[in-house]
Design a protein around this ligand. Structure first.
Ligand SMILES: NC(=O)c1ccc[n+]([C@@H]2O[C@H](COP(=O)([O-])OP(=O)(O)OC[C@H]3O[C@@H](n4cnc5c(N)ncnc54)[C@H](OP(=O)(O)O)[C@@H]3O)[C@@H](O)[C@H]2O)c1
Length: 255
């Protein structure tokens, strides 16, 4: 069955740039009433001020109170909420030889706990929808730990694990659940990377693929397949062999 976004109330987090911005625009074009959140109000205004289908509800989503305030604003303005795309997130790389807990704490807070607090805020509204749909942004690195990315990929693995459990448990309540595991997408987040990013796709390509699969309610959305299947296959290999294959990805600075 196709999930038709027309007439649905959709909250997209992390829409001031990148994938979230692309998704919010596409879903508005498909006839959804879209609520967008992020911290940077100027960028949100730049992206959406002229779009009558989009309402800006800014704030720092690591705060439980901000999430609850936004959910209350959606209820007051639209009467309810059908779908949330929990996309907000950030990436930080670590130097494991000079190990520090701080980036791990920041990644879990920004990527995982912001989402958990968002689900807490949205759930009372989602439960009332007849077309309830929760979507979490994970990553293909959630399948396999990689050099320098340990803090980021652990937060994304936590998200995937959370959504796997939600999927099973919320199905009898008619709440659909999907999660997204992209490879590299060209956004401000990956523009900071200094390493090779094989098969990096544009925001347009990423959002086209994601929206197509959201309409089909694909459980795990992943792309580009030439990259994600490679990582999936490596993650199914005996762990020692996988580590050997991936030893080439250790950055020179760590050797
Ligand atoms: N690009 C990739 O290759 C890739 C691959 C796999 C997964 N992902 C995931 O896709 C999602 C979107 O990333 P992107 O590549 O599109 O990066 P991006 O352009 O940097 O977008 C990240 C968005 O998250 C928002 N955000 C970050 N921290 C926030 C906070 N505390 N409160 C509210 N909003 C916050 C940012 O807005 P403000 O800074 O204005 O708050 C921004 O709108 C992330 O979860 C990322 O981990 C990306």
């Amino acid at each position: 069955m196709i999930y038709d976004f027309k007439g649905k109330n959709v909250w997209v987090t992390g829409a001031s740039s990148g994938i979230g911005m692309g998704l919010a625009n596409q879903l508005a074009e498909k006839g959804a009433t879209v609520f967008v959140s992020a911290r940077n109000v100027d960028k949100l205004n730049e992206n959406f001020a002229d779009n009558a289908s989009v309402t800006i509800l800014s704030g720092d989503l690591t705060s439980a109170d901000v999430n609850k305030k936004i959910a209350a604003q959606i209820k007051a303005s639209a009467g309810g909420l059908d779908c949330v795309i929990f996309n907000a997130g950030t990436a930080e790389y670590v130097d494991v030889y000079n190990f520090s807990a701080a980036p791990f704490e920041r990644m879990i807070e920004a990527n995982y706990f912001s989402m958990v607090r968002g689900i807490e805020a949205a759930m009372p509204l989602i439960k009332e929808s007849k077309n309830a749909y929760l979507v979490g942004m994970s990553s293909s690195v959630s399948w396999q730990g990689l050099p320098s990315g340990q803090a980021y990929s652990a937060s994304k693995a936590a998200i995937r694990n959370l959504f796997q459990g939600l999927k099973i448990e919320l199905a009898p309540k008619d709440i659909a659940v999907s999660w997204i595991c992209p490879g590299f997408v060209k956004t401000p987040l990956t523009d900071k990377n200094t390493f090779d990013m094989p098969f990096r796709v544009s925001i347009e390509e990423a959002t086209d693929t994601i929206v197509k699969h959201l309409e089909k309610q694909t459980t795990e959305i992943h792309f580009p397949k030439r990259f994600t299947y490679f990582l999936k296959i490596v993650s199914y290999l005996p762990a020692g062999l996988a580590a050997k294959i991936l030893s080439k990805t250790v950055p020179e600075s760590s050797l």
